[in-house]
Design a protein around this ligand. Structure first.
Ligand code: NDP
Length: 412
């Protein structure tokens, strides 16, 4: 089966590397297409020199459905993997509908002028995908993505009842630069400057951006780090599809990162409202993105590990139970294998694995679906094989310090 990847950033690079490893058995041909074809060609050359395998490249502007449909009709893929930006989700889904091709992405649709991180725009395609006999797999990255399957795994195998899920995302890597974001700066800064929200039984509770934090002692030598409560898109689908009381999302930030961010916010550089300079209109955040380091350039610089996982509490056989399920990924090992750091690696690998689930028919039902709506077993087995082994531990009070009652963040 043929696979078309759209987007040649760090995530597209890793997914292309991993799918190239499947050439000859479940994948017959790969095309990597992006707005700037030279980036695709550089990745294709790198894959050839690492693995001896060839992938095709093309130029496409994924904001335009006719351009996409033309490319899809020419190449005839079975699946389109959208690793461009969240702005392109709907145009790529439209092109998949027009051509009858399955769809995978790693981030939910976001209008440029409204950083909402909500699924309703994409969920509204469900019936059309169902009627066309094709499927869309939403959010097949790490978070969303693997974290959703960790929760589905816990619901299937470990709990009779889930009370609380804490998704905890740590990047303990150091690139040595004063300020840079781990992935696309525009998307990243839009995400972390919005209010923190979490699901509390029947409704969302809201807190000011970055106003709730605590320390968390991470495993595998990473140690204690400050984690901050954020809104993150997988909470919307998990609170809808799994029977849970509370779900929260936490991410680590260093004091230096937060100080830079505060200054940038205070001077208006994180605004998405366009301003006009000498007749040219530009949003300050778009300008900021252009002057910040390209995340792809962080690959050779970043040392250390990521640790992303779910701390899940509930009941099994009448007894209170806690499971912490996580993966750690080493930035330099990821770079040595694919030429991209661990943030891109931990997103690109699940994108490739989700694509494999569709190609091999493990996950196949027409419609628009989130990861937790499928059997987690084949995905998690393949994830470990493809380079992201995961660990599951019973609760260790020495290691893990988040308690469901503390803090009662933003409780109304
Ligand atoms: P980058 O910004 O590094 O790369 C994005 C790529 O998309 C670039 O090659 C860019 O091309 C291309 N692109 C942008 N607009 C268009 C367009 N209109 N048509 C065609 N190509 C386009 O991003 P990343 O690789 O870091 O991230 C990719 C995606 O993964 C993002 O959606 C991000 O939100 C998501 N992500 C998901 C995570 C998860 O865990 N679920 C974690 C991290 C990222 P050009 O260079 O020409 O602009």
């Amino acid at each position: 089966m043929k696979v078309l990847i759209v987007g040649a950033g760090g995530v597209g690079r890793v997914a292309a590397c991993k799918l190239a490893g499947m050439l000859g058995y479940c994948v017959s041909d790969i095309m990597l297409a992006s707005r700037t074809e030279s980036k695709c060609q550089a990745i294709a050359e790198d894959i050839r020199s690492r693995t001896g395998r060839d992938i095709h490249t093309a130029q496409v502007d994924a904001d335009h459905v006719p351009e996409l449909t033309r490319l899809i009709k020419d190449f005839e893929p079975s699946v389109v993997v959208n690793l461009a930006l969240p702005y392109q989700d709907l145009t790529i889904m439209d092109a998949c509908l027009e051509t009858g091709v399955h769809y995978v992405d790693t981030a939910n649709y976001e209008p440029r002028d409204n950083p909402k991180f909500e699924y309703h725009w994409q969920w509204a395609y469900h019936e059309r995908f169902e009627n066309a006999g094709i499927m869309a797999l939403l959010g097949s990255g790490f978070d969303p993505g693997v974290t959703n399957t960790f929760c589905a795994h816990a619901a299937k195998h470990r709990f009779d009842r889930i009370d609380t899920i804490d998704i905890i995302d740590c990047n303990a890597g150091d690139h040595g630069l004063p300020f840079a974001t781990n992935f696309n700066p525009e998307i990243n800064i839009r995400e972390i400057t919005q209010p923190g929200r979490w699901w509390n039984v029947t409704d969302w509770a809201e807190v000011a951006p970055m106003s709730v934090s605590q320390s968390f002692d991470f495993p595998e030598g990473i140690g204690p780090k400050d984690i901050y409560l954020l809104y993150h898109e997988e909470m919307e689908s998990l609170s809808k599809h799994l029977d849970i009381q509370k779900i929260r999302f936490w991410m680590t930030f260093s004091e230096s990162y937060l100080t830079h961010l505060r200054v940038l916010e205070n001077v208006g550089m994180t605004s998405i409202e366009p301003i006009t300079i000498d007749g040219t209109e530009i949003a300050p955040l778009e300008f900021l993105k252009a002057v910040l380091p390209d995340p792809a350039s962080l690959g050779p610089l970043t040392k250390g590990k990521t640790c992303i996982g779910c701390l899940i509490r509930g009941e099994k056989d009448g007894k209170p139970t806690t499971h912490y399920i996580y993966n750690t990924c080493d930035h330099q090992a990821a770079y040595a294998e694919t030429g991209a750091q661990a943030i891109s690696y931990t997103t690109g690998v699940p994108a490739a694995v989700g694509t494999k689930m569709i190609i091999e028919g493990h996950w196949m039902k027409p419609g628009v679906w989130n990861m937790e709506q499928f059997d987690p077993d084949p995905f998690l087995k393949e994830l470990a094989i493809q380079g992201l082994p995961w660990v599951e531990t019973a609760y260790d009070p020495e290691l893990l310090t988040i308690h469901p009652e503390q803090p009662s963040v933003g409780a109304p």
